[in-house]
Design a protein around this ligand. Structure first.
Ligand code: 4AD
Ligand code: MG
Length: 459
């Protein structure tokens, strides 16, 4: 049986014989008895196994190494020791897989940097076991939120010819022989000879395709892997990450913010309800005050401030900035940090200068800003980026020309404005940054199972 199920109805199993399969986290013994910390992965806490000299295999059991896989038969009893309510009095132990002495995960504190080097074993530690369970539960919460609010889960293509963010940050995908590239007469690579007969990329966002489905289903969301080539060595950037991209027809910028806030509160509550042991652990060992922070998210209204007013706030702050805040310019990491700390919680920054944002964002009446919103949170920085989309055909085409976005590849996208177009918007939630926020873990490399970052593609 699963240890998770055992703990669900633990009283029902008292004084009953049970059989468990799992791994040894620790094995401590004295001459007459010993304890094994036993974990089958279904439950955060390890279960204590007690064995004593009466067992004919006592010597063999006391030599079982940390990391070994066991099948254990025993009786669940109330524990006499402190630290746990119940324990298993062992009657039989079968070693299903023993473990060599060089097993890297020993019962002591390992640094996160070291554990990254043994990423294939790190889910067997408390920290990573908790992180990746929260990741799984948060994914479920996201589906549940959208499914229960009439959204259709839309699978955007991974291979695409369209560059959504228009920033050229996409991986190229080809079957051409790199050492022997076919060339055109003017000595350029002849992509007509490639598998798709043209240049292809791995997606950096499903948004543009998402808009096509939103204009049929009203509300859709994507949830899938996203790849970007940015060479950023920061704690919040990875080259492969997961993104959730809802897109909603008949929705303006304020509506987008309402949805973001409601969704985020739903996820936070869901994870706190389903993972109380994990959240307690993070609160105690990873980010002191995490629970208060999350409870505050549930019970407060998120601040909404324009980019212009945010810059004013930064300029008035008595801080010696590395990058001077300027109207019309982007907001640096240090500024994000100041703003979220100033308001002590998530902050929506709206109405960004058009020149630093993507081509598809709706131009405001001032002609200078766009109806965009970033949600900034303490720790993870920009958690969500979204906008109302430009639904005016002529304005969109003009903006694309100004920004040198090739029109011919995106006629299907611009046509949406001609065929029953409507005001609509959406956003992209970075799933890893959400997990960082929920757990307090401050490096993106520690919330994705096998991180891909510049110069790192191990495993
Ligand atoms: O702000 P971004 O680039 O927005 C888009 O891609 C839009 N198409 C979204 C939309 O409106 N549908 O990315 C959205 C979010 C960011 O706020 C951030 O949380 C995350 O994706 N993100 C990254 N996370 C990890 N590593 C990276 N390199 C990331 N780049 C963006
Ligand atoms: Mg962004």
């Amino acid at each position: 049986m699963d240890i998770k199920d055992l703990f669900k109805d633990i009283k029902d199993y008292e004084n009953k014989e049970i059989v468990l399969e799992g791994w040894v986290r620790n094995n401590r013994n004295q001459s007459n008895f010993g304890f094994i910390d036993f974990n089958d992965g279904t439950y955060f806490k390890s279960l204590q196994l007690v064995y004593d000299k009466e067992l004919k295999d006592f010597d063999k059991i006391s030599k079982i190494k940390v990391g070994s896989a066991l099948r254990v038969k025993g009786t669940l009893v109330k524990s006499q020791g402190s630290g746990q309510s119940h324990e298993v009095k062992v009657s039989e132990v079968e070693v299903l897989g023993d473990c060599t002495d060089d097993y890297p995960i020993q019962p002591k504190r390992h640094t996160r940097e070291f554990l990254r080097e043994v990423a294939y074993l790190r889910p067997r530690t408390n920290l990573f076991n908790a992180v990746f369970r929260v990741r799984s539960v948060a994914a479920h919460a996201i589906h549940e939120y959208f499914q229960s609010h009439n959204y259709v889960y839309f699978h955007s293509p991974i291979i695409t010819g369209a560059d959504c963010e228009g920033s050229g940050q996409m991986f190229k995908l080809t079957t051409l022989d790199m050492d022997n590239l076919p060339l055109t007469e003017d000595k350029k690579v002849d992509y007509k000879k490639d598998l798709f007969g043209k240049k292809a990329y791995i997606t950096g966002s499903g948004q543009l395709h998402g808009e096509t489905f939103a204009l049929a289903y009203k509300k859709i969301y994507t949830f899938g892997p996203t790849m970007r080539t940015e060479n950023s060595n920061t704690k919040t950037h990875a080259n492969e990450f997961w993104m959730i991209e809802p897109e909603i027809a008949f929705c303006d910028l304020n509506g987008i913010m309402d949805i973001e806030e409601e969704m985020l509160k739903y996820i936070v509550k869901y994870v706190m309800d389903k993972c109380p042991l994990e959240i307690d652990f993070f609160d105690q060992f990873v980010e002191k005050g995490l629970k208060d922070k999350l409870n505050k998210v549930l019970n407060s209204e998120f601040v909404r401030i324009t980019h212009h007013d945010a810059i004013t706030l930064l300029k008035e702050a008595k801080v010696d900035w590395e990058f001077t805040p300027e109207y019309g310019e982007d907001i640096a990491k240090e500024h994000e940090k100041y703003i979220t700390e100033y308001f002590n919680g998530p902050v929506f920054i709206t109405d960004w200068p058009k020149d630093i944002k993507a081509f598809y964002m709706k131009l405001n009446d001032d002609g200078k800003t766009v109806a965009a919103v970033d949600l900034e949170v303490p720790g993870a920085g920009e958690l969500i980026g979204g906008s109302q989309r430009e639904d005016d055909y002529d304005k969109l085409i003009q903006r694309m020309k100004e920004m040198n976005i090739p029109l011919e590849n995106l006629d299907w996208y611009t046509n949406l404005r001609r065929f029953g177009g409507c005001y609509h918007g959406g956003f992209g939630l970075g799933f890893e940054r959400l997990i960082m926020y929920l757990t307090g873990v401050d490096n993106i490399r520690d919330v994705i199972p096998y991180p891909r970052t510049p110069n790192n593609c191990d495993y």
